[in-house]
Design a binder for this molecule. Structure first.
Ligand code: 5GP
Length: 105
């Protein structure tokens, strides 16, 4: 079954899309934990960081470049946090990797 993020990517579920490119989408988190709380999501459905393959190396790097670009576009580049939750015991609820970007600027 598709993840909730795949459904968002395929426009089956609405969300606030902040940025999109061929392989990555950035949306607003539905339950923000900071003034700005975004999710940087690869369109490829990878369950957790533990499921990464060697061929995903560039995609993961690109997620950080997208974080940098979006932070600059939003004027929050002076201060933000980036994190991945990994696995249920690591607080991961949606099993489709995503990089949280949070800022209170
Ligand atoms: P996790 O705990 O898996 O690292 O983070 C999942 C995040 O996805 C949570 O912060 C949660 O609020 C967010 N989320 C879950 N479902 C939806 C949704 O349907 N739309 C949006 N925009 N965010 C969601």
């Amino acid at each position: 079954m598709s993840s909730v993020f795949t459904k968002i990517i395929q426009r089956e579920i609405p969300s606030e899309i902040i940025y999109e490119q061929e392989d990555i989408i950035v949306i607003k988190d539905i339950h923000p934990q900071a003034k700005t709380h975004l999710l940087i999501i690869p369109k490829k459905e990878i369950e957790t960081i533990n499921h990464l393959e060697e061929s995903d190396r560039n995609l993961i790097a690109e997620m950080f470049f997208v974080a940098k670009k979006v932070a600059k576009n939003l004027g929050i580049e002076q201060g933000y946090q980036l994190h991945f939750n990994v696995g249920e015991k690591g607080g991961q609820e949606v099993m489709h990797i995503h990089l949280h970007l949070l800022s209170n600027i």
